[in-house]
Design a protein around this ligand. Structure first.
Ligand code: PLP
Length: 448
């Protein structure tokens, strides 16, 4: 087979992100060759429906010539321009302006990064700087949520509250704190929206007190939907309640929209639907639909003015060689045009079909929970529905289900604990959504 020599080279030389180094040596990599729309083709010509948009990022789908052309044209004209020394490029300025126009409230200022992890990392530095400017440097404690994911930079991995990102690393995060997730399906407070919201608020207030009061707390991080934690959807009103509580305590609120941005849940930003204006919003993935790397921090005017006045003429020492990269920005502009010329609308239609189809799986003996919003969804598999008993971890359900799905021509995210995640490209046709659903049912039947 064509892929055999590549598998061997990969085994010897390529370290894969978030993967078992030994497992990858034994099992071998699955090499993708090409893609169009929502369909991937591997090196051996095997076709698969991409139910996960790469890594919840190729929202526009694969093979858009206009995106390729935007990148090529920018590379011909100006492949690089630094943002240092007050220099810049037209696409970066235009993209910042377009994003500010569409973001909620006064999120008017945009700092471009290379992806989501360094966007989160940047917020931590900006927040510390902000509190110094406000004359409250003792506000140096950060709070995030169990099951949350905020990237794997050294600082962001601390805000991330998934055990695999901490075990074995031994990096101390004494200034970072967690409150329990809203995880409706397994929330000790019950499953009514009111009980969940009240218990999250109580946990936040208790944590703030434990840390030493609001005057010690710099910021609180939340995803509108916890993605990598297993697509955990908070009840309606949860984000607003938490945002309002933070405002009352004068704690900065960060909405991490790296997954939920760009049509994943329906609108361009989930925060709009949640009716909130965070102090910072982090975005990446769908910003360029994964065609080239780019992320961003959107900062409120209120925060920006404090930092600008505090620093005065002094340069604020934060930035990357590739901040505001013109090729990524040109791609971002074209992708934004596509979202607004039918993709968001198609995503909303396909999302309704996906959710309705997943709901019909509730009758399956293995399906304990179905949850999601728009084109971001999950089913949670259990051995016993009444007791909500998870699939036994020693049977490595994630890896087995992923493999079974792959062989049936479907890519999904199969979490280690038996949660199956869905985030298909927004361009999916009805037939492709139905293929995702049919293949899922077959995979579940084979897993019984
Ligand atoms: N924040 C959230 C909510 C994410 O889901 C991710 C990645 O999945 C990140 C941050 C990190 O983004 P990246 O992988 O682009 O560094």
């Amino acid at each position: 087979m064509l892929s055999n020599s590549l598998i061997e080279l990969d085994r010897r030389h390529l370290i894969h992100p978030v993967s078992s180094y030994r497992g990858h040596e034994y099992l071998g990599v699955r090499v993708l060759k090409s893609a169009k729309g929502a369909v991937l083709t591997d090196m051996d010509g095997h076709e698969l429906v991409d139910g996960f948009a790469g890594l919840w990022c190729v929202n526009a789908g694969y093979g858009h010539e206009s995106i390729v052309e935007a990148a090529a044209q920018q590379m011909r004209e100006l492949p690089y321009a630094t943002g240092y020394f007050d220099m810049g490029s037209e696409p970066a300025i235009r993209l910042a302006s377009e994003l500010a126009d569409r973001a909620p409230g006064d999120l008017d200022h945009v700092f471009f990064t290379l992806g989501g992890s360094d966007a989160v990392d940047s917020t931590v530095r900006f927040i510390r700087y902000y509190w110094h400017c406000k004359g409250q440097p003792q506000r140096d404690q950060f709070i995030s949520i169990e099951q949350g994911y905020h990237g794997s930079s050294t600082v962001g991995a601390g805000l991330t509250a998934l055990p695999g990102f901490h075990a074995g690393f031994g990096i101390p995060y004494s200034w970072q704190h967690k409150i329990p997730s809203h995880y409706s399906y397994r929330n000790p407070a019950g499953d009514t929206p009111e009980a969940i919201i009240q218990s999250s608020l109580a946990a936040l207030y208790a944590k703030v007190e434990e840390i030493g009061g609001p005057e010690r707390v710099a910021a609180f991080y939340a995803e509108p939907i916890q993605g990598s934690g297993g697509v955990l959807v908070p009840p309606k009103g949860w984000m607003k309640a938490m945002r309002d509580a933070c405002a009352a305590l004068d704690i900065l609120f960060i909405a991490d929209e790296v997954i939920t941005g760009f049509g994943r849940t329906g609108p361009l930003f989930a925060s709009t639907e949640d009716g909130i204006v965070p102090d910072f919003m982090t975005i990446a993935k769908g910003l360029t639909s994964g065609y080239v790397p780019m992320g961003a921090v959107l900062m409120s005017d209120r925060v920006y003015q404090v930092m600008a006045d505090g620093a005065g003429p002094v340069a604020i020492g934060h930035g990357y060689t590739y901040s505001a990269h013109p090729v990524s920005a040109a791609v971002g502009l074209e992708v934004l045009r596509l979202y607004e010329n039918g993709l968001l609308e198609n995503g909303r239609r396909a999302g309704a079909r996906l959710m309705a189809g997943l709901e019909t799986l509730r009758d399956h003996p293995l399906v304990g929970d179905v949850r999601g919003r728009g084109m971001l969804a999950a089913i949670e598999l259990v051995v016993n529905k009444k007791k909500k008993t998870p699939l036994p971890a020693e049977a490595a359900p994630g890896r087995r289900i992923f493999d079974r799905a792959w062989k049936s021509g479907l890519v999904i995210r199969a979490f280690a604990n038996g949660v199956l995640g869905y985030a298909p490209p927004l361009c999916c046709t009805d037939a492709e959504i139905d293929m995702i659903l049919d293949r899922t049912r077959k995979v579940l039947d084979a897993t019984l």
